[in-house]
Design a protein around this ligand. Structure first.
Ligand code: SAM
Ligand code: DTB
Ligand code: SF4
Length: 347
């Protein structure tokens, strides 16, 4: 006797709602209008049976990308620790005792040497991060020089320096900056539980300046902060409804660092993390979805699921900013086992 398939009415409804929303979004894009994603439509995607969600994410992914290709960005902390902000996840905040030593801005030669090494390892983008609330004038000159020199190596450049005003964004564009990373981090209604020293609107304003300056936007968030699924959907809605949505969306899984207020938070279920990647892919079909912080603690099989869900970029190199990332050899072995090639690699 054949087994009887039991499908709940709720999951059928969720599936139908998600498909309708995704189709509407695709139609809106074709007609040149902006697709608005409601939190409900995103929750309906989250609520799909895992296999259906993965299938849909792959379908979308394959319309826009080679699903066997991954892009590599290497991070360098050019100014570490002592940050005035109080982001509850961050080991670099001066508000918490984490053992991270504050350093001054790195000399230009050291930055160029690190970029050269990253290029030699196969990275195509070099991302420089500074633990600042916002850069000062003198900092801007020195970072602009770094951008010019890294760009001269033939790499894409990205910096993340905290809040920017319009003049600063224009200055970075003149220096040749390709991407600016500034994350929304979480849903607006959860945000105040995590950060008190700058507002959600401050972040949106910086993103506007970056966009207006003609710099590509790299903007994502962090999960595993103790947020609910609805709040994860709220973050994705904020990102997907930016007009246009970011070219690059890093999805970070909290790296718990002793001394930060969020150390000890219950980790997110691995499948829920994969679902978040899939939902980002479906709602932002043409963005680079970057599987970001948290890979060091992730099994290879889970990383493979993230690629299947539509992630097509990673941070590459044994260090993120202050915490560990998989060794390059481990990543190369993983890509080889999965038959994935890295972008920029000869076919
Ligand atoms: N200071 C700049 C800023 O916050 O705009 C740039 C650097 S900051 C470290 C960039 C992002 O890294 C944060 O927005 C957050 O999403 C992520 N991040 C920081 N600490 C993390 C941690 N412990 N685990 C996972 N992601 C983290
Ligand atoms: C992003 O979204 N993740 C990166 C990058 N942008 C700058 C940073 C992750 C930091 C993880 C904690 C650390 O190493 O200090
Ligand atoms: Fe500072 Fe950025 Fe860390 Fe927040 S996330 S404390 S702004 S370095």
């Amino acid at each position: 006797m054949k087994p009887i398939a039991i499908v709940s009415l709720a999951s059928l409804r969720a599936g139908a709602a998600a498909v309708t929303a995704a189709t509407a979004a695709a139609q809106a894009r074709e007609s040149g209008t902006v697709a608005r994603w409601s939190v409900e439509a995103i929750l309906a995607l989250y609520g799909l049976p895992f296999m259906d969600l993965m299938f849909r994410a792959q379908e979308v992914h394959r319309q826009h990308f080679n699903s066997n290709e991954v892009q590599l960005s290497t991070l360098l902390s050019i100014k570490t620790g002592g940050c005035a902000e109080d982001c509850g996840y961050c080991p670099q905040s001066a508000h918490f005792e984490t053992g991270v030593e504050a350093s001054k801005l790195m000399p230009l030669e050291e930055v160029v040497a690190a970029a050269n090494a990253a290029k030699a390892q196969g990275a195509t983008r070099f991302c420089m991060g500074a633990a600042w609330r916002s850069p000062k004038e003198r900092d801007m000159e020195r970072v602009s020089a770094m951008i010019r020199e890294v760009k001269a190596l033939g790499m894409e450049t990205c910096v993340t320096l905290g809040m920017l005003n319009a003049d600063q964004a224009n200055g970075l564009k003149e220096a040749g900056l390709d991407y600016y990373n500034h994350n929304l981090d979480t849903a607006p209604e959860f945000y105040e539980r995590i950060i008190s020293t700058r507002t959600y609107q401050d972040r949106l304003d910086t993103l506007t300046h970056v966009r207006d300056a003609g710099i590509h936007v790299c903007c994502g968030g962090i999960v595993g902060l103790g947020e609910s699924r609805e709040q994860r959907a709220g973050l994705i809605a904020q990102l997907a409804n930016l007009d246009p949505y970011p070219e690059s969306v890093p999805i970070n899984n909290l790296v718990q660092v002793d001394g930060t207020p969020l150390a000890g938070t219950a980790p997110i279920d691995p499948f829920e993390f994969v679902r978040t990647i899939a939902v980002a892919r479906i709602t932002m079909p043409q963005t680079m979805v970057r599987l970001s912080a948290g890979r060091e603690a992730m099994h290879e099989s889970m990383q493979a699921l993230c690629f299947l869900a539509g992630a097509n970029s990673v941070f590459y190199g044994d260090k993120l900013l202050t915490t560990a990332n998989p060794q390059s050899q481990r990543d190369q072995a993983l890509f080889a086992r999965l038959g994935m090639r890295t972008s920029g690699q000869a076919a």
